[in-house]
Design a binder for this molecule. Structure first.
Ligand SMILES: *Cc1c(COP(=O)(O)O)cnc(C)c1O
Length: 407
């Protein structure tokens, strides 16, 4: 038998390390990229618009603006929303730092609202408590691919005249139900803008890449400018009176934008990947089903909760340890799982724990539920390219390690 934990010198469940997330690229994805590389336009060509159109159609939004990363998308969305010095923006501490850093980029102040205990998503009641006369926007994150309480957040935003920028980095392809109707994430029915990331562990990938979607024309135009240095080439938008009859070379830089452009070969990959998204999510759901069924018998963990009115994109699968039922710390269990060659992770360290935020004056104790969640959570591998054997290895490893440490 193979009972001795690898961390104590036993044989690991796997010989080869299993990552927690991984892209799935086929020959046709590669071919799509190569075709663009052989063409005249490897950037600023037609593939960018084509990808934007494909994503906008897929999610059911009017406009889409592709950028160089999810972080750039968040930055651009904060710019379009007009976040500026002194503005407060409410977000969750259980997210990647980019969801909050984008507020700082604009000179705004991130305000952290605690999470819900079942979904680990930002709690609308906690949002309400944090609203002041300086609050300008809310950035909910669809954690793990499960949509935040967008309907409730939307109502709060309307009541207080706030902009909602949805960080849907985990959730391309997810749905939520309102009045018995399934709504796709990114349709922006309950948010002003939604952003996606195309990093390799995300639902689809372009290497690095991101997108903002919106139904609002004004935001759309600002996003376009921000992506390209704040420059416009549209004569109708020129503000310099003397140049009303603009010469052909003329353009105006009107805002302090960035170069946040994405390349055409990345967008070609994105178009190709998007066609596979529904299949990817289907596979993720299969894996979740296997995990859930197998972990029913493991009393020392809490498996993730999917609300009945949500269809998660299952970007990550987070288990929570019942530490009072275990003879080990989260760190010991984490290391034991890794020693079996299963790459577990933790999503996330509360944003305000990071030294940069501590220096800004954020103190531990701010969001008790988020902090407790952080102490107890471990992310198991999940990605569509996982083989059944990989899934079984994860299951076996969890059983092996938790069996050993149970009280
Ligand atoms: C990945 C991620 C981002 C940042 O996306 P990049 O494309 O890596 O810049 C932002 N927010 C969340 C929640 C993410 O998971």
């Amino acid at each position: 038998m193979n009972n001795k934990l690898a961390i104590f010198g036993g044989r690991p469940i796997r010989d080869k390390y299993l990552p927690y997330g991984h892209q799935w690229l086929d020959e046709d994805d590669i071919e799509a990229v190569v075709q663009v590389l052989r063409s005249d336009w490897i950037t600023q060509g037609s593939k960018i618009k084509e990808f934007e159109k494909a994503v906008a159609e897929y999610v059911g939004a009017k406009y889409a603006v592709a950028v160089s990363s999810g972080t750039a998308a968040l930055h651009a969305a904060c710019f379009a929303a007009g976040i500026s010095k002194g503005d407060e923006v409410i977000t969750t501490p259980i997210t990647f730092v980019a969801s909050s850093n984008c507020i700082l980029y604009m000179g705004g102040k991130p305000v952290f609202a605690d999470i819900k205990e079942d979904t680990y998503n930002i709690d609308p009641e906690e949002i309400e408590k944090k609203i002041t006369n300086k609050t300008k926007a809310i950035i909910p994150v669809d954690f793990a691919g499960q949509t935040a309480n967008l309907n409730e957040i939307h109502k709060i935003a309307q009541k207080h005249n706030l902009t909602v920028i949805e960080d849907a980095s985990h959730a391309l392809g997810a749905h939520y139900k309102i009045n018995n109707k399934w709504i796709k994430i990114g349709s922006c029915l309950h948010s002003d803008m939604a952003i996606f990331s195309f990093h390799p562990v995300k639902p689809i990938t372009t290497g690095e890449g991101g997108m903002v979607v919106t139904n609002n024309t004004e935001y759309y135009e600002k996003l376009l400018m921000f992506r390209a240095h704040g420059i416009t080439k549209d004569p109708d938008k020129f503000t310099n009176e003397k140049i009303r009859n603009a010469p052909p070379w003329y353009y105006e830089m009107q805002e302090l934008g960035y170069n946040y452009r994405i390349t055409d070969f990345q967008c070609a990959l994105g178009i190709s990947q998007l066609r596979k998204l529904d299949g990817f999510i289907k596979r993720r759901r299969e894996i979740v089903k296997k995990y859930n069924e197998s972990f029913k018998s493991v009393e020392e963990i809490i498996t993730p909760y999917e609300k009945p009115d949500v269809k998660s994109a299952w970007h990550i699968y987070v288990i929570r340890l019942k530490l009072d039922k275990l003879r080990a710390t989260r760190k010991e269990i984490f290391e034991a799982l890794r020693a079996e060659n299963i790459s577990v992770q933790v999503h996330y360290i509360p944003v305000y724990y990071h030294p940069y935020y501590q220096k800004l004056g954020y103190k531990k104790g701010l969001c008790p539920k988020a902090e407790k969640y952080y102490e107890e959570s471990i992310t198991l591998p999940i990605f569509p390219a996982m083989k059944d054997q990989d899934v079984n290895d994860v299951i076996q490893t969890v059983h092996k390690v938790l069996y050993y440490y149970r009280r």
